[in-house]
Write a protein that binds this ligand. Structure first.
Ligand code: TPP
Ligand code: MG
Length: 546
């Protein structure tokens, strides 16, 4: 068999269903093998979107997502997406082509040392140097990508190796059971919880990766311990739950931090330091790290106790053993009540440009149960993370690790491909949306039913907010926008701008669009003057009263 066919067969044996990418001439043998396989080739308009989509397959299924590019410029375009998967712990394999390694007549044309370029942003990066090595290299790469903590891996597949004949056989993927903590580890967990006066749970990104929901539910039902989510931990448990206090959208000086200050033990479930710190300066509290792997220590995260191994098992074992104590949570619920008041303020304001509070409340009202939100990166992400109660695991897909702009559309597209029966809405800023707008064509070509809400403030709003907080002049962050209706129509999508004059118009349009076929772009002007009073210094002022 040709090594290129063997490569694709090896991917099939790992149950890979899609390859996202922009092929180059060095990938043509591989592309031909994909054509003859069971794998769907999803051609994108930019390599970045290809990896964002592949990473989302990894994130939502726990199984590797695959992206493909050519050498040089294709590979450099992959970089942001690879870093996104690596920092976000999403299993992804990127395959890049390369000129023939044995004989080439092209000098250094398009040559970049891609393997070295990928090393700092992957768990593993290697050139395949013979057809015989294809199955073991592919299988090794897939396993490394998927093992806790998951991330990105890279294989470079040169043109001449792809054409080689090989006798090797593809290797079939096997599930590996995750290790569990030993009895002593569980005992320290149980003792720490029993000794605490006012424990609280902080749910992080790792808790969204595996199905820990059931065991966490049992743990909370028995102990009644309240919980807070990090941005990437949203939805592990439904945030309509009475024990939900709020989301740590900021690192400090928010209501949830008042709750965390009142606790003496913080049970960190699945947290790691690639996520922006959900709490800073907690000196009086004890941290217990419950995760698949040991904590990476940093001055923002030094847990006193670590329980390393499968999170579900740790929770199950602790639930079995722990004796319920007379814990005091009353302080935590008084903070929650104040936070709820703060969230409700201006949430029915009818005017446009819309108040961010109203935008989030409208979104929550219209998004049905079982729907999915994909957020790009901008100021609105903080508003949604903080004010939008997530219901359902991975029902809010956001990136608080690389926190890159430009991912929202690709992530939403992949979420819809994998969940054709769910309603999927992308929320992106006018900055982030335009970064990868070309892949609207891909969304239309794939016939995805998808809604994109473009938050229009004619600028890089989040940075403007920081600029303003620092009392700097308004400079270097404004731009003009295209006509979003015409833009959508030129792609074969539906654009909605002119018929939205009030917050209610927006709600009606959103509801109609999510129940219609095709790709819908809704432009929504926003009033970010609220940032000043609501976040940062404004918020700090309100907290003084607590
Ligand atoms: C690729 C990338 N470039 C720059 C940044 C820094 N950054 C973070 S948010 C932001 C502004 C986002 O603007 P927009 O998408 O319009 O959202 P807004 O905050 O205006 O709602 C910028 C420039 C980033 N996170 N990612
Ligand atoms: Mg903007």
């Amino acid at each position: 068999m040709k090594a290129a066919e063997l490569f694709v067969k090896s991917l099939e044996h790992c149950a890979v269903k899609h390859i996202f990418g922009v092929p180059g001439e060095e990938n043509l043998a591989l592309l031909e093998a994909i054509r003859k396989s069971s794998i769907e080739m999803v051609t994108t308009r930019d390599e970045q979107t290809a990896v964002f989509m592949a990473a989302t397959v990894g994130r939502l299924t726990g199984r590797v997502g695959v992206a493909l590019s050519t050498l040089g410029p294709g590979a450099t375009n992959l970089v942001t997406g690879v870093a996104y998967a690596q920092l976000g712990a999403m299993p992804v394999l990127v395959i890049t082509g390369q000129k023939p390694i044995k004989k080439s007549k092209q000098g250094k044309f398009q040559i970049v040392d891609v393997v070295r370029m990928m090393k700092p942003i992957t768990k593993f990066s290697e050139t395949i140097v013979s057809g015989e090595r294809v199955p073991s290299s592919v299988y090794h790469a897939v396993r490394v990508a998927e093992q806790e903590r998951p991330g990105a891996v890279h294989l470079e597949f040169p043109e001449d190796i792809a054409e080689e004949d090989s006798q090797a056989k593809p290797i079939t993927w096997q599930k590996i059971r995750r290790p569990v903590p030993d009895e002593k580890g569980i005992k320290t967990f149980v003792e720490a919880v029993e000794k605490a006066k006012s424990p609280i749970i902080l749910i992080g990104a790792g808790a969204n990766r595996k199905l820990i929901r059931k065991q966490l539910r049992r743990f909370i039902d028995k102990t009644k311990i309240p919980f807070i989510s990090t941005q990437m931990g949203k939805g592990v448990l439904d945030e309509s739950d009475p024990r939900y206090i709020g989301t740590a959208a900021l690192s400090q000086n928010d209501f949830v931090h008042k709750a965390l200050e009142k606790a003496d033990l913080i049970i960190m479930l699945g947290h790691d330091i690639t996520e922006k710190p959900p709490i800073l300066g907690a000196e009086k509290q004890k941290f217990i790290h419950i995760n698949f792997s040991a904590a990476e220590i940093d001055n923002v995260y030094i847990p006193e106790i670590e329980v390393v191994g499968d999170i579900s098992y740790s929770l199950w074992a602790c639930t079995e053993k722990v004796k319920v104590q007379d814990w005091d949570f009353s302080n935590l619920y008084s903070v929650k009540a104040k936070l709820q008041e703060n969230i409700a303020a201006k949430s029915s304001s009818p005017a446009l440009p819309i108040k961010p509070q109203r935008f989030v409340s409208s979104l929550r009202q219209i998004m049905p149960k079982g729907s999915m939100l994909s957020l790009d990166n901008g100021m609105y992400k903080l508003w949604v993370a903080r004010n939008y109660p997530a219901c359902g695991q991975n029902s809010v897909l956001l990136d608080n690790a690389l926190a890159t702009m430009g991912a929202g559309l690709g992530v939403g597209m992949a979420a819809k491909m994998l969940n054709p029966d769910k309603k999927v809405v992308v929320v992106a800023g006018d900055g982030g949306f335009l970064m990868n707008v070309a892949d609207l064509e891909t969304a239309v070509r794939l016939k995805l039913d998808l809604v994109v809400v473009v938050i229009n403030d004619n600028g890089y709003g989040m940075i403007k907010w920081k600029q303003n907080e620092m009392k700097l002049a308004d400079f270097g962050l404004s731009f003009a926008n295209p006509d979003f209706e015409k833009l959508a129509e030129s792609f074969g999508a539906f654009g909605h701008s002119k018929d939205i004059k009030t917050a209610e118009d927006f709600e009606r349009r959103l509801e109609k669009s999510i129940n219609s076929k095709g790709v819908h772009i809704i432009e929504l002007p926003i009033d970010y003057s609220e940032n000043e009073d609501y976040f940062g210094k404004g918020l700090a002022k309100q907290l003084k009263e607590i």
